[in-house]
Design a protein around this ligand. Structure first.
Ligand SMILES: C[S@@+](CC[C@H](N)C(=O)[O-])C[C@H]1O[C@@H](n2cnc3c(N)ncnc32)[C@H](O)[C@@H]1O
Length: 240
């Protein structure tokens, strides 16, 4: 093999190694507000509320989380980037309310382009371009998407992830505790507590007793807020 041929194959091999492979298969479904969600049949679990994916994302993460913070920039950390819907609704609100956002999100099952391109969030919110920039942004690199929004998508396992960075709000969007018990432990909530600035908060869609107990044990003060459609309550946990 000539040197040129060898370089061509070596470069192609590096490119292939950098591509993300979706570990678990997902199926597209439509929720009650017309926005899509993904369903994982191996664990019988949806990525969002079937009562409205966009409605839930705005209610739990934007209104009860991001919009409660007065710092600028607002530093957000998300557990479970998934489809990128929470990032999109946060970017939308940042533009509408003139807020500076530094958004970090962790995910270990990066979706294939075929999956995220089929989702209708960009067209429903009239944000097709923003949707594309969120997904085209490189993983493991801080990328300034526009004057308001910087995105840092980290491909890693949250269970073993460590950082010295500090945040104002954590979007805790793991699969439900019945499906992924290990994601809701006191130890992980202590890790979040240490990652938050004083008066920072964690918000999550679930209001299960065992979650409140683990959050309290980690040092948080719990507020139970009205939940999105289909849920009586959600949790806002504040670092005191
Ligand atoms: C309920 S879905 C999140 C939906 C997402 N926030 C969205 O807007 O589409 C949970 C996500 O957490 C991810 N996840 C589960 N366990 C994880 C782990 N240990 N580390 C990183 N990501 C994890 C899943 O792959 C999935 O994408």
């Amino acid at each position: 093999m000539s040197l040129m041929n060898f370089r061509f194959w070596a470069n192609s091999f590096t490119l292939i190694c950098k591509m993300h492979t979706q570990k678990y298969n997902t199926e597209l479904q439509t929720t009650s507000d017309g926005s899509h969600t993904l369903y994982r049949s191996d664990i019988d679990e949806h990525y969002h509320s079937t009562h409205g994916a966009i409605t839930e994302a705005v209610h739990v993460y934007v209104r009860a989380g991001m919009l409660q913070v007065t710092n600028s920039p607002i530093r957000i950390f998300e557990v479970g980037f998934g489809t990128g819907l929470n990032a999109l609704v946060s970017l939308h609100e940042a533009q509408n309310s003139n807020l500076l956002i530094e958004y970090t999100s962790i995910e270990f099952n990066v979706l294939s382009s075929e999956k995220y391109l089929a989702l209708n969030y960009g067209s429903i919110l009239n944000l097709d371009e923003a949707w594309a920039t969120i997904h085209h942004a490189n993983w493991n690199e801080k990328v300034k998407l526009n004057d308001f929004f910087t995105l840092y998508k980290i491909e890693a396992d949250w269970l073993s992830f460590e950082t010295d960075e500090k945040f104002d709000v954590v979007y805790y969007d793991a699969f439900a505790p019945e499906k992924q018990e290990e994601m809701w432990s006191e130890k992980l909530f202590q890790k979040i507590y240490n990652m938050l600035n004083t008066h920072g908060m964690l918000v999550t869609y679930s209001a299960k007793g065992i979650i409140k107990q683990a959050l309290r044990a980690a040092g948080f003060k719990i507020k139970r807020l009205p939940g999105p459609p289909g849920k009586r309550h959600m949790i806002q946990a504040i670092k005191i």
